[in-house]
Every structure is written in structure tokens, then in C-alpha cells.
Design a protein around this ligand. Structure first.
Ligand code: 13P
Length: 251
């Protein structure tokens, strides 16, 4: 059985005060989440604050991005070893906002994936198609290409120790969620593709859905056989909503 994983991607939101309230709220209600692993991904600068607040709690934390480089003259970058050093467990790589707004391509994303793994972080590899790609009927080709970039650099076994997040770009921040069937179809495609390389890896890897998942639609999405959790944007900024998604994953 794959343990469900519910991760909050806070994106570029928050302040010392609002994050204090958010983490306090999550901690206060976390006992209601009995099955899922809960993770928060704050903006870099707030990770130490969140780490201190989460000490002794079951909630883990990660980063929203990571450098592909280990150290050196890379102004503005944050190395995977630094994130591991401050206790991060996860690092998101290849989020669609990185891909579309900052021009990060498949090869660069694969290098970030590799660097994160090398530092002992668990990469959360985001994949997903644009609206026009879905309309063109090439969703599977796009997702396959995004996965192949990582598989060819790192090998299939590396995926077994990672997390994949399927985030259809047209569903992110739009309030337009993929239907459980639409999401399941792509999740099953991803798992099937991995199984073509290695059945054990395919059975083990957790595939999260992301894109306007909220307290109201989480249970249905999470009931699908290949949806192992969620990568949550907007709803992860409200403790009650984030917790409700965690509760929806209770066994
Ligand atoms: P929303 O939940 O706000 O649609 O964001 C999803 C997302 O991009 C998580 O990484």
C-alpha cells in the first residue's frame, strides 16, 4: 500500500505572522489526519521558521524548487545540500510555473531532480499538459516526454525513490479541477509507463494530483486507484482546508 501524501505548495505567499498562524493551525488539527503524510513547502526564507515550529510534529517540510548545482558562484540559487542541511525532506522540481514563467525545460528539470536526489532529498517531479496540448490530444505525449527526460538521466530506479505530481496546467489556480476520471486516466498512464520499465517502481511511486484540489473535491479525487495524494496550492494556505484534504485521505 502506498501511504497517501498531501503536500502544500505555498508558492510566493506569506509573512512571518501569517505563516505562524498557518503552522499553528495545522498543528492544532493534525491529529484528525490518521493516514496521510502531510508536507508543507514554504518560500525558502521561511523554511527555518517553519522547521522550528514543526519540531516534534508529524508534518514534514520541503522546498518549492532547488538548484541543479551543488555550490559556488550561482547568484540567487539555493543548493540541494543547503535544503537537506536545514531538514527539508522534499524538493519540488519542474513545477509548471517554473517551466512556463522561468523557461525551465525538461533537461534542466531532470538535472534538478538528480541534484536533489544526490543531496538526499526526495524530488517531487511535476508533470502536466497545457490546455492547448490537452485540446490537441497530446497529453500523454507531453507527460511521457517530461518523464523520459528524468528516466534517461537518472534511470528508472530513481523514480521509485521520488514522488510524481500530475498537475494539468489548465487546472492550476483556475478553480477548474480535472474530473476524477480525467486525472485517473493520466495517473494510470504514468504508472503504466513506469511499469513498462520496472513494475516494482511503478507500484511503489506515489503519484499526486495537483490543480485546484480543495476540501470539497479531494475525497473523490483521492478515491481513484492511482491518485496517491495531492499537491495543493491555494487551499494549503488555509489550515482548515489543508487539514480537510488530509482527512479525506484517511483510510
Ligand atoms: P492550486 O491548488 O492553487 O490550483 O495550485 C496547484 C499547484 O500548482 C500546486 O503545486
Amino acid at each position: 500500500m502506498r501511504q497517501p501524501l498531501v503536500a502544500g505548495n505555498w508558492k510566493m505567499n506569506g509573512s512571518t505572522d501569517s505563516i505562524t498562524a498557518l503552522v499553528d493551525g495545522i498543528k492544532a488539527g493534525i491529529d484528525a489526519v490518521t493516514t496521510a503524510e502531510m508536507v508543507v513547502c514554504p518560500p525558502y526564507v521561511y523554511i527555518p521558521q517553519v522547521a522550528a515550529m514543526l519540531q516534534g510534529s508529524a508534518v514534514s517540510y520541503g522546498a518549492q524548487d532547488v538548484s541543479d548545482q551543488e555550490s559556488g558562484a550561482f547568484t540567487g540559487e539555493v543548493a540541494p545540500g543547503m535544503l537537506a542541511d536545514i531538514g527539508c525532506k522534499y524538493a519540488i522540481v519542474g513545477h509548471s510555473e517554473r517551466r512556463s514563467l522561468y523557461g525551465e525545460n525538461d533537461a534542466f528539470t531532470a538535472r534538478k531532480f538528480a541534484a536533489a536526489r544526490k543531496a538526499g532529498l526526495v524530488p517531487v517531479l511535476c508533470v502536466g499538459e497545457l490546455l492547448e496540448e490537452r485540446e490537441e490530444g497530446i497529453t500523454e505525449q507531453v507527460v511521457a516526454r517530461q518523464l523520459d527526460a528524468v528516466i534517461s538521466l537518472e534511470g528508472i530506479a530513481a523514480l521509485g525513490a521520488a514522488v510524481i505530481a500530475y498537475e494539468p496546467v489548465w487546472a492550476i489556480g483556475t478553480g477548474k479541477t480535472a474530473s476524477p476520471e480525467q486525472a485517473q486516466e493520466v495517473h494510470a498512464f504514468i504508472r503504466g509507463k513506469l511499469a513498462g520499465f520496472d513494475r516494482a517502481v511503478a507500484d511503489k511511486v506515489r503519484i499526486l494530483y495537483g490543480g485546484s484540489m480543495n476540501a470539497g473535491n479531494a475525497a473523490q479525487l483521492l478515491s481513484m486507484p492511482d491518485i496517491d495524494g495531492g499537491l495543493i496550492g491555494g487551499a494549503s494556505l488555509k489550515p482548515a482546508d489543508f487539514l480537510a484534504i488530509g482527512v479525506a485521505a484517511n483510510a
